[in-house]
Design a protein around this ligand. Structure first.
Ligand code: XMP
Length: 329
């Protein structure tokens, strides 16, 4: 049978053949497990002809940019350029409420940035990147464009995960997707073989469009992103403190586009409502909602309302996938 070591060696061989001895490659690093394992693999195949780019699109979690950049330098020794594209993304998302429209806009902006980065690199160094590495997994492929024979047609597409099928036709970079046939648990195993630190491999999945699909409606409205970051941070820290992080596939907060009446101090408030979601899963294709103890939920809800200005109500999502998807958008 095939082991993950065989898969790794085969992938390295394929990447070497594809890229050849001259070409340069860009890797879109998100800070997540998939793109990091993909980058580490390609780095092993072609060494310093790999150039990693991390884009701050304004849709990242609390202090994520600083945390990710530090991890890459200190623990992974991968050279990374950070591109600040906050304004570029948020201005394009202004007024957009449809989830698929958000995904398309974000996917397109990412590609613009990578094309521009490649162009810049050629101007400055004379080296012209010809390839773009993405950490696409098998479930992303299945859910975005069901393969022939799977019994699902394109009209059954659940979500156009931005990195699958939605790339502009005029993109100049050719794609390398070395994890395209793997499931998450296999990617984590591959990461272990590649010596990616284990705590890093245990990170929960985070969607490419980031907080854009966790602020329902217009992400640029008010301080929704900022509120969501604070709530999410409290929730995740509480999960870590309770020792539950590794038992959960994914946990996060969602900003709802409604206000509710509350009473805080002696004051009537008309403030925001946030939802908490935590699920267990094997591969993200199906999922069960995670049943926290009452005490845990009570502590988290109090902490959120006491410390995040503008939030007066916390609800928990108790649906599984199906019928719901993991993300709300
Ligand atoms: P859903 O919400 O479709 O999510 O049940 C399944 C898994 O995929 C992640 N997800 C995305 N990942 N781009 C991504 O890279 C996307 O557009 C996207 N939408 C959902 C989600 O976080 C979960 O892990």
């Amino acid at each position: 049978g095939w082991t993950m070591t065989d898969v790794m060696e085969e992938e390295i061989k394929v990447i070497k053949e594809m890229v050849g001895a001259e070409d340069h490659v860009i890797c879109a690093l998100s800070g997540g497990v998939d793109s990091t394992v993909a980058a580490t693999l390609v780095h092993k195949a072609i060494g310093d002809r790999l150039h990693c780019v991390f884009v701050d699109n304004g849709l990242l979690r609390f202090k994520e940019r600083e945390r990710v950049m530090e991890t890459f330098e200190k623990d992974l020794h991968l050279p990374v350029t950070c591109v600040d594209a906050v304004e570029q993304f948020l201005s394009k998302l202004k007024g957009v409420v449809d989830p698929e429209a958000k995904r398309k806009i974000i996917g397109k902006e990412f590609i613009c940035i990578f094309d521009a980065f490649a162009h810049d690199m050629e101007q400055k160094t004379g080296k012209k990147p010809a390839y773009l590495v993405q950490g696409t997994l098998y479930p992303d492929v299945i859910e975005s464009c069901p393969p022939p024979g799977s019994g699902r047609t394109h009209s059954h597409t659940i979500k156009s995960h931005h990195n699958v099928g939605g790339l502009p036709k005029d993109m100049k970079l050719k794609l390398i997707e070395p994890l395209k046939l793997l499931f998450k648990d296999e990617v984590r195993e591959l990461g272990r073989i590649l010596n990616v630190p284990v705590p890093f491999l245990k990170r929960h999945p985070f969607p490419g469009p980031g907080l854009a699909v966790r602020v329902l409606g217009d992400v640029t409205e008010g301080n929704a992103l900022d509120i969501l970051r604070q709530v999410d941070e409290i929730f995740i820290q509480s999960i870590k403190d309770a020792g539950l992080y590794d038992s959960i596939w994914q946990a996060f907060a969602v900003f709802l586009p409604i206000r509710s009446v509350g009473v805080q101090g002696d004051q009537r408030t008309h403030s925001h409502v946030v939802a908490l979601r935590a699920v267990t899963s094997q591969d993200g294709m199906t999922a069960d909602w995670y049943n926290f103890e009452h005490k845990f939920l009570d502590d988290v809800a109090r902490k959120i309302c006491n410390s995040v200005r503008g939030v007066n109500r916390v609800v928990q999502d108790i649906t599984s996938k199906p019928p719901s998807t993991i993300e709300w958008e």
